[in-house]
Design a protein around this ligand. Structure first.
Ligand code: 7RM
Length: 658
């Protein structure tokens, strides 16, 4: 499976710009300056167990403290904070209410048709208790898996926290997935109940969630599911099966607000979240109680450098890990006000994000490169119409961010004053692993910079040797960390093989690899090059698709680019680029030769695209990642095979085929 380790990825896109944290940011930060960061790194390196142990005692509430910080006697199966008892919903709610934050806003929610709900910590706490009692009434108890298939409404967060409160692990299935995808996930996890809504608003349309649940459950195809709890959102007509289906607004309001939190063992499951790879069926990534809670809490606190009055907004959907860790658990565990938005920017409402920032005076904004590139494409005249001066900090996640998009984000959205945190992590890592700390680490556009304290990341060859500066290789993590996934649900062997045995042990220790290539520059900064399956081999040179894409995007006509390699008799692979242009630019032969020349100048002739194809849109996953695998098949004239359930818009493929 491993590509030839001797040929390393060779190109280096030159990026010399460095942005140091301004003194006003350093002065007000929790982690002040590079030295402070380095002290933490050193403390964690010398004695990881006391580092994490102290953090866990300080940051979380324990019904009973743990006796062992880390049990790594059976790698890669870790036990963190063994012997301890806690409850994630207690850490997100009860303790804040007890400490006098009851009237602080926990959630500001903005619905797609424009309504707003503001929910205080006390209100959220009470509603979560009601929901928890309602779930108990449906016969759900500790250890029972509950699936959520919901729109972005506060009830989604409430349901997650209610599950956590009674010790029922949740499995959130993104509301844009089909009923077949839902059925597979319900069966794999043996879900006992589904929480859904009649429908959801999505891009000027209504999606019929309850109907999809009905189809998934049809003909007893999900025998484990005993009940369905339905939030009324769109007021569509839905079928109701008596004895199985319950309305939220009938079951929940009458419940008691007295619901003592279940005292959970540290390693009890908090949730399962499915993630798909390019092959095989989706993996149920398992996260457990204390380690995940600590990781979401600490990383949120460090990276977003939260202040008491901050209003924070992450634009993800709760159906993804980013929504779990950085809409719900991280912010709420820290007592922060978190914004939830049901909509997405779209042609009928291109200023939606900026309107929200202006209206709710948002201070911290966290979004994906794909969104930023889309905003670049339609031009700065749209954000320029809004007052974005409340913003203090900007973040990105999900894909490598091209330096040009980074600079645009900084200048146009951040008014050149907001630090940008480019956060690298995965569903599997539970929370961020590599990211700038805004008051400590100088940033470079396109680099996720340095690993967080306690994270030992490296870039290695296939046989485990650290590569030289600026050579590409496999991005690995050398030690267990509290937020790491614990296993693949129902398939521990797959967990071991895909992540911890993909590369051989280094110095006798298993290392974690989850599929990304990277390089480190002379300052030790990490530059993520994307999934290793996306690496191209031209005449024996391994090229990162990311760098060629960034070179294309740095041209003033280009909004977005995806690069793939297709088989070539002579060179092994040739480079094909799919390019979408900024609004108003014309595609023609002259532009094609200009772009080819531009890439040669930026990177080198070896990276020069053999072919450039123009397109209005690129095929993306529902969470906004470019699906290069499909483009590769298209470009080489093959059938598109494998799992396409995560593809956001099928029309894009048809358009490309033409
Ligand atoms: C949080 C999330 C994980 C994959 C990961 C990378 C890519 C995510 C960045 C990034 C470059 C980043 N979880 N990725 N963040 N690549 N820079 N800052 O996205 O499980 O859905 O995806 O996403 O390839 O392995 S995920």
């Amino acid at each position: 499976m491993c590509p030839d380790p001797s040929s390393q990825i060779e190109t280096v896109l030159q990026e010399e710009r460095v942005f140091k944290p301004s003194s006003s940011i350093v002065d007000t930060s929790n982690i002040k300056g590079l030295e402070h960061y380095q002290q933490m790194v050193e403390a964690a390196r010398l004695n990881p167990e006391s580092f994490w142990g102290e953090a866990a005692l300080k940051e979380l509430h324990w019904f009973k403290p743990f006796h062992t910080v880390l049990d790594w006697s059976n790698p890669p199966f870790a036990k963190w904070f063994d012997g301890g008892k806690t409850n994630v919903s207690y850490n997100c709610l009860d303790r804040h209410v007890k400490q006098g934050l009851g009237n602080k806003l926990a959630i500001i929610w903005e619905g797609e048709p424009g309504e707003v709900r503001k929910i205080t910590y006390k209100e959220l706490f009470e509603e979560v208790c009601r929901v928890a009692n309602g779930l108990k009434e449906l016969g759900i108890g500790k250890g029972d898996l509950v699936a959520l298939y919901m729109p972005m409404v506060p009830e989604a967060a409430m349901a997650m926290l209610a599950c956590a409160r009674i010790g029922a692990p949740h499995s959130v299935v993104f509301g844009g997935f089909s009923s077949e995808a839902l059925r597979d996930r319900l069966n794999d996890g043996e879900a006992k109940a589904v929480i859904t809504a009649d429908g959801g608003f999505r891009k000027d349309k209504i999606i019929s969630l309850k109907n999809a649940v009905d189809s998934a459950l049809e003909n007893h195809s999900c025998p484990s599911v005993k009940s369905v709890l339905v939030v009324r959102r769109t007021c569509e007509e839905v079928a109701f099966l008596s004895g199985r289906d319950y309305w939220w607004h009938e079951l929940i309001p009458n419940q008691s607000i007295d619901c003592p939190p279940e005292q959970m063992d540290s390693e009890d499951r908090l949730f399962v979240l499915y993630t798909s790879g390019s092959t095989g069926k989706p993996k149920g990534v398992v996260h457990t109680t204390s380690g995940y809670n600590l990781w979401a809490h600490l990383t949120f606190k460090w990276i977003f450098d939260v202040k008491e009055d901050d209003v924070y907004w992450c634009t993800a959907d709760v159906g993804w890990i980013t929504g779990h860790s950085y809409i719900v658990y991280g912010p709420l565990s820290n007592g922060t006000t978190t914004v939830m938005y049901e909509g997405v920017p779209r042609p009928s409402n291109p200023g939606a994000f900026w309107d929200l920032i202006q209206k709710h005076k948002i201070n911290i904004f966290y979004t994906a490169p794909t969104a930023i590139r889309a905003f670049m494409k339609s031009g700065r005249s749209i954000p320029d119409q809004y007052d974005l001066s409340s913003l203090r900090l900007l973040g990105t996640v999900g894909e490598p961010i091209n330096p040009e998009a980074w600079i645009w984000y900084r200048e146009v959205i951040g008014a050149e004053k907001c630090p940008i945190v480019d956060t690298w992590w995965q569903t599997e890592t539970g929370g961020v692993m590599i990211s700038p700390l805004p008051g400590a680490i100088p940033t470079k556009p396109g680099s996720a910079t340095l690993p967080l304290p306690g994270i030992e990341a490296d870039v290695v060859t296939g046989d485990g040797k650290t590569v030289q500066a600026n050579k590409g290789g496999y991005l690995i993590i050398k030690r267990p960390w509290p937020g790491m996934m614990r296993t693949v649900h129902g398939n521990p062997q797959r967990f071991r093989e895909s992540y911890w045995e993909y590369l051989n042990p280094i110095n006798g220790e298993l290392v974690y690899f989850a599929g990304d290539g990277a390089r480190r520059d002379e300052d030790g900064y990490f530059w993520i090059m994307g999934r290793v399956d996306d690496v191209i081999n031209v005449s024996g040179h391994r090229l990162g698709t990311m760098e060629i894409e960034s070179a294309l995007v740095s041209h003033s006509s280009v909004a977005e680019a995806a690069v793939v390699g297709i088989p070539d008799d002579v060179k092994g692979e040739s480079v094909v680029a799919f390019v979408s242009l900024e609004t108003g630019r014309n595609s023609n032969d002259e532009l094609i030769s200009m772009l080819k020349k531009h890439v040669s100048q930026e990177i080198g002739a070896i990276a020069r695209p053999d072919e450039i194809r123009f397109t209005n849109a690129l095929p993306k996953t529902r969470s906004g990642k470019i699906m290069r695998r499909l483009l590769r098949a298209l470009a080489s004239g093959e059938e598109v095979k494998g799992d396409t359930s995560t593809l956001e818009d099928r029309n894009v493929l048809d358009e490309l085929r033409k």
